[in-house]
Design a protein around this ligand. Structure first.
Ligand SMILES: Nc1ncnc2c1ncn2[C@@H]1O[C@H](COP(=O)(O)OP(=O)(O)O[C@H]2O[C@H](CO)[C@@H](O)[C@H](O)[C@H]2O)[C@@H](O)[C@H]1O
Length: 643
């Protein structure tokens, strides 16, 4: 997907300087808070127009703060002046209303109008969070603006769910332009006319911000020429972009500035916010909070949560590139990463590298993954990708919350991409979808023939090699098989050749196509997911919602979300929503498929029961959002992990 893929077994890395207890940096020699503002302003085209009790900062669009400044106890002091401007008193303002600052007005919370707008999303009263936070998602992808996989889906829908529960939510992501009609997705974003300079890669890099307020969420896009090129967010047909470290360093720096400098809806988010850093691309965010901002008295009340969607990608770069991050040199140890001898390329290779995700793990206030099963797996040698010891050391603050899905985007009764709508009460439309899919793909139209689907990145993670290995045997059965995916060129070529080998049974659609993914999800009877590891997995959730029965390897989030069919319980009606197989072998996968096909053919009512249980299962973000809120409450109870 992106950056360096870290070899699976890195169990004997140097862990010196890695854990919290090992983090020891020289005492800070940084300037106090007002001076820091001066420093920031030098870097970021903001300028101090007056200093004294308070700090006034001017940017391209106006003055950000007022006389208000935090004292040691976390209260806000607002000065009261007479007509001549002399200070005649101070007012204490409670923390709870210190959410952000309106340009040229005293600090106060987000406006009531705006809150009501957030509350009325989807036109119905929603259950509200007990305590509301200013939340800043930082992510390389957010659907519908950008998506290569599940990260985009989650960052496109979880923020909306949280906003609808009363939180103030901003998503910061790059403004990718590819020079294609797809760029139209940014048609409604507006230039905030805010340019800042961020210190990294040996210079002050200028970025600017675009914005769209949609579904209660502030979608903020960082703009820089390095985000404008053909391909996907991480690379093109020639592989990953060589400057991804630069592109995502920019993103993280810009995201840290956004709550301070962007007057969204008239108010900045302010310093008391919660950063949700997604995967390694945003991994610098918790590091910057600890290494730069907090040391200068900024973001002392902010917290960071690292949300791991996939531990296999860590943002590993040569050690010499450390200076590019714009971090103090004494923080090198937080990102230091040493490859084992066998993974080095030549005799003089010392194996020294820097690892952004590792840095985030040792600085974030809490860590989350996208299922409970995966939260445990990443603390094991097999699932930890070299980081298991470090993650184990942070177990007290490590949790897993299973992803939800966007139930409006993925709703078979409303889906505009599919041939015919259907519901759990009336499944007739599903057969129409199957016939339409067979027709579209040029397969023989055979309503009774089990149609098996696969959707996903053609990647080692997804067990695509197992499918390739199993296809000759599977194709001896009376089944049809449809695959949609892109990625590894070897497997793209194999899909094309399998199509000509099994003309009446196999179709391989090479590419990334959202409407087709909906049609496959609706038209197939079975969805196969032999993932080697799967932090959560979304396709099995979509499949169940569409009455398509998942057959999955029992790992991570797949094991947490799919329940194997058991016909002997519930008075003979059975329970379960699909089949889990284990171990990950061709034999066990084919055995599970055979069981499913036999059930499909010979036990129609059992099959319908499996479909309906899947369709009515709760996969909403609403349930997941409540669990996120619990973690948000915990993170604010604890002091910052690195102070
Ligand atoms: N060729 C194609 N055309 C159209 N759509 C395609 C496609 N290939 C994939 N998709 C779509 O991309 C998404 C993939 O989501 P997944 O959760 O299955 O995997 P991914 O590994 O990207 O995400 C990582 O992050 C997510 C989110 O946390 C975790 O669920 C997951 O386990 C983890 O690996 C789905 O919406 C799927 O339909």
């Amino acid at each position: 997907m992106e950056s360096l893929h870290v070899p699976k077994v890195l169990s004997f890395l140097s862990f010196s300087n890695l854990t919290h207890t090992h983090l020891s940096f020289p005492p800070t020699t940084y300037l106090s808070s007002p001076s820091f503002w001066k420093e920031r302003c030098k870097d970021s085209s903001l300028k101090i127009v007056r200093s004294g009790i308070g700090v006034h900062v001017d940017s391209n669009y106006g003055s950000v703060s007022t006389d208000a400044v935090k004292d040691e106890k976390g209260l806000i002091l607002d000065t009261e002046r007479d007509d001549s401007g002399s200070v005649i008193g101070f007012n204490l303002i409670l923390e709870s209303v210190s959410g952000g600052s309106k340009i040229n007005e005293p600090c106060q919370d987000v406006s009531t109008d705006r809150m009501e707008e957030i509350e009325n999303i989807n036109g119905k009263e929603k259950e509200k969070a007990r305590s509301k936070h200013n939340i800043v998602f930082v992510t390389a992808e957010a659907a519908p603006y950008s998506k290569t996989g599940g990260l985009g889906d989650v960052c496109g829908s979880l923020p909306i769910a949280l906003a609808s529960r009363g939180h103030r939510v901003m998503v910061v992501s790059p403004r990718y332009l590819h020079g294609s009609p797809g760029d139209n997705i940014f048609a409604n974003v507006s230039d905030l006319q805010c340019r800042i300079k961020v210190p990294c890669f040996g210079d002050a890099q200028e970025v600017c911000f675009y914005h769209e307020y949609r579904k209660g969420v502030d979608w903020v896009f960082v703009d820089h020429p390095s985000y404008h090129r053909p391909g996907n967010p991480y690379g093109n047909g020639h592989g990953a972009f060589g400057d991804n470290q630069f592109r995502f360093t920019l993103l993280s720096h810009a995201a840290c500035e956004a709550p301070l400098v962007l007057p969204l809806g008239g108010y900045t988010y302010g310093e008391k916010c919660l950063f949700l850093a997604n995967d390694w691309h945003a991994g610098l965010v918790p590091i910057l909070l600890a290494a730069k901002y907090r040391l200068h008295g900024v973001y002392k009340e902010a917290r960071s949560v690292l949300l791991i969607h996939n531990l296999a990608h860590q943002g590993v770069e040569p050690a010499a590139s450390y200076e590019n991050f714009g971090l103090p040199s004494e923080w090198y140890g937080a990102l230091e990463w040493v490859f084992p001898t066998w993974a080095r390329t030549h005799a003089l290779d010392t194996g020294l590298a820097v690892n952004v995700l590792k840095g985030a793990i040792v600085t974030a206030d809490r860590i989350l993954t996208v299922s409970q099963g995966y939260a445990w797996e990443i603390t094991t040698v097999e699932g930890g990708y070299g980081l298991h010891e470090l993650l184990s050391s942070r177990k007290p603050v490590l949790n897993g919350i299973t992803n939800g899905i966007d139930i409006f985007d993925w709703d078979p009764s409303l889906d505009k991409h599919i041939a015919s709508p259907y519901t759990a009460d009336d499944l007739s439309g599903k057969m129409q979808c199957k016939i339409a899919l067979q027709k579209e793909l040029g397969l023989p139209i055979r309503p009774d023939c089990p149609l098996i689907g696969f959707i996903g990145r053609l990647d080692y993670q997804k067990g695509i090699d197992l499918i390739r290995w199993a296809i000759p045997e599977l194709m001896q059965n009376d089944v049809q098989f449809v695959m949609l995916g892109s990625g590894d060129l070897l497997y793209e070529d194999w899909m094309r050749s399998a199509e000509s080998t099994y003309r009446d049974k196999f179709r391989g659609w090479v590419g990334f196509n959202v409407p087709i993914s909906h049609r496959i999800t609706a038209g197939c009877d079975i969805l196969l997911m032999p993932s080697r590891f799967e932090p959560c997995g979304l396709n099995q959730l979509y499949a169940m919602r569409y009455g398509t029965v998942p057959i999955v390897h029992g790992t991570g989030g797949l094991r947490d979300t799919v329940q194997t069919f058991n016909p002997y319980v519930q008075g003979g009606t059975g329970e379960g929503t699909g089949w889990l197989f284990s171990p990950l072998s061709k034999e066990s996968m084919i055995a599970a498929l055979r069981t499913a096909i036999m059930t499909y053919r010979d036990h129609k009512s059992s099959w319908e029961g499996i479909m309906k249980r899947g369709m009515t299962r709760d996969s909403t973000w609403e349930a997941a959002a409540k669990k996120y809120e619990q973690v948000f409450d915990w993170v604010f109870v604890d002091p910052p992990y690195i102070r």
